[in-house]
Design a protein around this ligand. Sequence first.
Ligand SMILES: *Cc1c(COP(=O)(O)O)cnc(C)c1O
Length: 398
Amino acid sequence: MASSHLIPTYKRQPIAFARGEGVWLFDTDDNRYLDALSGIAVNALGHCHPALVAAITDQASRLLHTSNLYEIEVQTRLADLLCERAAMEAVFFGNSGSEANEAAIKLARLHGHARGSDCPRVVVMEHAFHGRTLAALAATGNVNAQRGFEPMPEGFIRVPYGDLAAIEALDDHRIAAVLVEPIQGEGGVRVPPASFLPDLRALCDRREWLLMIDEVQTGIGRTGHWFAHQAAGITPDVMCLAKGLGGGLPIGATVVAGRARELFGPGSHGSTFGGNPLACRAALAVLETIDDQGLLSHAQAMGESIRSQIEARVGELGCVVDIRGAGLMIGIELDSPCPELVDAAREHGVLLNVTAGSVIRLLPPLIIGPAEVERLVDTVCDLIETRAAATSTTQNTA
Ligand SMILES: *Cc1c(COP(=O)(O)O)cnc(C)c1O
């Protein structure tokens, strides 16, 4: 299956899928897998949701692409819907999470220059993930991802995640913005203290910094809210979206409000494909379906069910350090690296992910139902119990 003409930037699993239906993926031999990863938080509506298929099919038969040199009606409508749901003011569309963050970083620089700083700084977090383009990579808190690509673009100051005092202590007039994930995804499904975002909002207001929230993974219903920061009762100045927004079509968005609203003007930023009719039509279908099917409260309920069932079954095991997350973004931290669980789960018909070495990450589609939750919980708990038993046997023999 390995292709010698692909640059091997990904260590791929030895499987390929031929079709999907709801939370299920079918491999080329028609074996069925429960998809508890959703293409890394992308397939919010699962696979081949009829509303999404119909919207894409209809749009493809009308118009795929024009250009941002012209008005794009579906793009305007999508911007309206996003702003309404976020209580924010305007949107720039790109094609990915990295691009959404690049736009945010550019906004921070404009904001800094407007305040008289020649070399504006953005405060970023340890363990953060913001993407692979150069500025997004520089903002990312992972030296392994950065290694070999130096020099990193400058202009970032890193602090521990969730530590307001560390940010408050920064005494640097060049700071223009703070870029933060409301829950860290790649970094290990890390949830900050409840007071972190509200206190950070207040701090950014006092210092006139932009509060820029990277909701690329957490947004679009993933945590049971439209956007995870809404659980903290705040509104950012800049919000970055991608992953779940297009339900599987590539689209990213940088949403702005308040003092970030007037920074970009004609000619200051752009994207050829950004917000093209097909991607926007798909995103509109995603947003409408989340409303029509009540998927925010559903994600909330299914997520609580998964977390509480896993807690009840394996929470007491010594190897389970923590079970955390919000909605259908769930992390189960074990006491040692567990990358082998990805293959083991797949062999039991479940697709999941392990991040930050020892955190099992579950990101099932928002449409997952109770019977599928049951199946997922059973498999995950079986794997953890098997691993715990094997570890204790090893220790006993040692
Ligand atoms: C995945 C991710 C990105 C990068 O998105 P791409 O579409 O891969 O560029 C950025 N930020 C967060 C929080 C992510 O999870």
